[in-house]
Design a protein around this ligand. Structure first.
Ligand code: MSP
Length: 496
């Protein structure tokens, strides 16, 4: 089926978006745009995790009700994604009724399958991560995941029989070797599952800001169980057309701290409810800022909106994807961004467009000249799309950009070597410029998922319709006689 469903985690509506959450959302956007360019029917979901103890406590701290807190944050997220040109098809909030309905439905299915039983939970709880830990798992008495304080809890609870799914999960990982990527993240999960799975607590009696547990009004549903369900509640499970079209998800993106929930608990819940698991979880790396972990207490949390104001959305998107091999940890610094901005976006890409269009204006009154029979760049153009597509399909965004920028630098080199300004033969000069214009058209399509605003500017300046389709990656589509419309330069250099 020619569809593609990509998701981001739903971010906690307890804080404003930052460059970490922006990173995942930009990556999802790139995949969504790429797949749209390939002609697929795409559904791209992001949203907010609005229930649970973490939100309850944050609200209390800021003197708001939980509803007021999440209502104040939702527009901030939406605005930030707009500023970053995120093309999500839906934005789910877990306080919405459509979500609560599906959570109740899935709990009922799991219950009716005999996988929920009553008991008592005693152990530790990390509120910032909303996660349960045993005494043994703690590191120096703190949360092994985030290093923060944990609270002892002892409560009546309903358990989900996670243990029952141990063998089934291992078999599933075995049969679907691409379910968790990269490999190291997969091995971590498999090893942990092999060590044995404990049934997990899925209800709380002390958390009120949550969805009621349908079988016992004293209890509410554990926030992670409801949060994971967002991926199908946004599709109107069980009867919605969207569910029929888009489930299972083609890829769920996240970073490693929540891999366990997505690669163990979520598929086990789905097995129990009789629903197919997603096709893939891709676990990307963790961003630091100037080499340090980003945290409120360090005061180094970077607001993506500020970066967009200074450098534009495209420069930020480009930097993150070019700088950090997707799947590995990486660092954000404005200095590194500025370097790439000046030397790659301004000097290489921006300059290429400007040089070529100026030459076409000067020599052909801005009219696209006729091609020659043979073309050096056409040969490159034949191979680049496939190479880029292979990288995109394996989430190697930095490799895709490397290949695209190789194309840019080859085109610049071609200008330097052929010296069009010295060529007297109009036919030959026209042929060379035609090649360069075609390269620019290819570039606008290939770069569109990464830097959509810039791609739109390129295609407009080429005098063409704003359309970015993989099908048009064929040499010779640009018609001689087209009037170019040279505009502003793409990236003004910024003094360091
Ligand atoms: N609400 C849960 C997710 C529920 S999904 C069913 C949650 N929210 S979160 O706000 O903490 O977002 C975590 C996700 O944000 C990470 O998995 C990652 O996608 C992204 N990132 C947050 N900080 C990050 C970095 N510093 N670096 C890279 N990505 C990070 O967990």
């Amino acid at each position: 089926m020619n569809k593609f469903y990509v998701t981001t985690p739903i971010y906690y509506a307890s804080d404003s978006p930052h460059i970490g959450t922006a990173y995942t959302t930009i990556a999802a956007d790139i995949l969504a745009r790429w797949n749209r360019s390939k002609g697929k029917k795409v559904f791209f979901l992001t949203g907010l995790d609005e229930h649970g103890q973490k939100i309850e406590e944050s609200a209390l701290e800021s003197g708001l009700t939980p509803q007021e807190l999440v209502d104040s944050l939702a527009p901030k997220f939406k605005k930030t994604w707009e500023n970053l040109n995120i093309s999500n098809d839906d934005f789910i909030r877990t306080t919405e009724e459509r979500h609560q309905k599906v959570v109740t439905e899935i709990i009922k299915r799991i219950f009716n399958n005999g996988d929920i039983y009553k008991g008592e939970y005693e152990g530790w709880y990390c509120i910032p991560d909303e996660s349960f830990w045993t005494e043994l798992q703690l590191v120096d008495g703190k949360c092994p995941q985030c290093g923060r304080e944990v609270k002892k809890i002892r409560e009546e609870t309903y358990f989900f029989k996670l243990n029952k799914y141990q063998e089934k999960l291992l078999e599933f990982y075995n049969q679907n070797p691409d379910f968790i990527s990269p490999e190291t993240r997969k091995n971590e999960i498999i090893n942990r599952v092999k060590e044995g799975l404990k049934d997990i607590s899925i209800t709380r009696t002390t958390v009120k800001w949550a969805i009621p547990f349908p079988f016992d009004k004293k209890h509410t549903v554990y926030v992670w169980v409801e949060a994971l369900t967002n991926y199908i509640s946004a599709l109107d499970y069980p009867n919605g057309e969207k569910f029929k079209t888009f489930w299972p998800a083609d890829v769920e993106l996240m970073s490693k701290e929540i891999n366990w929930f997505h690669s163990v608990i979520w598929p086990a819940m789905l097995f129990s409810a009789g629903i197919e698991p997603p096709k893939k979880n891709f676990i990307h790396g963790w961003l630091t800022v100037n080499g340090k972990k980003m945290s409120k207490s360090l005061g180094n949390v970077v607001d993506p909106n500020k970066i967009v104001e200074k450098y534009g959305a495209d420069a930020f998107r480009y930097f993150l994807m070019r700088e950090i091999p997707f799947g590995q940890d990486g660092d954000f610094s404005e200095k590194a961004l500025l370097n790439r901005y000046n030397s790659e976006l301004a000097d290489q890409l921006g300059n290429l467009l400007n040089r070529v269009l100026v030459l076409v204006e000067k020599n052909f009154d801005g009219i696209v000249p006729k091609p020659l029979e043979s073309s050096k760049l056409a040969k490159l153009a034949l191979n680049i799309p496939k190479a880029v597509d292979d990288s995109m399909e394996s989430f190697q965004f930095h490799n895709a950009l490397n290949d695209i920028f190789y194309f840019v630098s080859e085109a610049n080199k071609y200008i330097n070597e052929t010296k069009p300004w010295e060529i007297k033969d109009k036919g030959k000069l026209g042929g060379i410029l035609y090649e360069l214009l075609e390269v620019l058209r290819f570039l606008s399509i290939l770069l569109y998922p990464f830097i959509p605003e810039t791609s739109e500017k390129i295609i407009e300046q080429l005098g063409l319709e704003k359309k970015f389709s993989f099908e048009d990656l064929k040499w010779g589509v640009l018609k001689p006689g087209t009037k170019i419309k040279r505009g502003e330069i793409l990236f003004k250099k910024i003094e360091t």
